[in-house]
Design a binder for this molecule. Structure first.
Ligand code: ADP
Length: 202
């Protein structure tokens, strides 16, 4: 049974408090800012740092990050290609509910497959912005924030991106950030991009 068939009796309820009204109240538009890159590239660090800067300026934001989603909503999924695809599909739809609520969503998922990111682009349309956190595998491995590269090299973690599973670089990222440079510079670059793309009437 297809997803459509399973949902055939569901009718979307039209809210009177619309996205547009929420955005007027917030003073900015919602949007989905999708950080992608290798493990340790700096997606979480940068997303939270940008969120802090946005919050201080009064923007309504939320960060969705690999670990918090995999503990709950996606706890049933592994790191196989098929489950990674489902993981990203769920996150894409969930993120767009936040965007409907007028929120600026920043997501920090490796999301290694181009096709999966392109699916989210289809779900999100012009609200979707792909931000590539570009960092060499060598630097990520040197950082080894969670000790995962060491374990992956020892063969203890199957399907580890960059080691035993591929990472497909974005071809048309909306923004590419060199996360080997200073965090402060990366933060202000992304902050500028987000504030410009979420201007009301923009
Ligand atoms: P990811 O979420 O991509 O797995 P993390 O944010 O967990 O990566 O870890 C990135 C590490 O790199 C952190 O220890 C962070 O302090 C460090 N780092 C150094 N420079 C930067 C930068 N420019 N942007 C983001 N993180 C950086």
């Amino acid at each position: 049974m297809s997803e459509h068939e399973k949902s055939s009796n569901v009718v979307w309820h039209n809210a009177t408090v619309t996205r547009e009204r929420r955005e007027t109240q917030n003073g900015h538009r919602g949007g989905l800012f999708w950080f992608t890159g290798l493990s340790g590239a700096g997606k979480s660090t940068l997303a939270h740092s940008v969120e802090e800067a946005l919050y201080q300026k009064g923007f309504r934001t939320f960060v969705l990050d690999g670990d918090n989603v995999r503990h709950g909503l996606c706890a049933d999924l592994s790191f196989s290609d098929e489950d990674r695809k489902e993981n990203i599909r769920r996150i894409g739809h969930m993120s767009m509910l936040y965007v409907e609520a007028g929120i600026i969503v920043l997501t920090a998922f490796i999301s290694p497959f181009r096709a999966d990111r392109d699916n989210v682009r289809k779900i999100g349309g012009s609200d979707f912005h792909e931000i590539y956190c570009r960092c060499s595998l060598e630097t990520c491995e040197d950082r080894d924030v969670k000790g995962l590269y060491k374990r992956a090299r020892a063969g203890e973690i199957p399907d580890f991106t960059g080691i035993s599973s591929p990472y497909e670089e974005p071809e048309y990222a909306d923004l590419t950030i060199d996360t080997e440079s200073r965090l402060e510079n990366c933060t202000s670059e992304v902050f500028e991009y987000i504030s410009a793309s979420t201007k009301n009437g923009g």
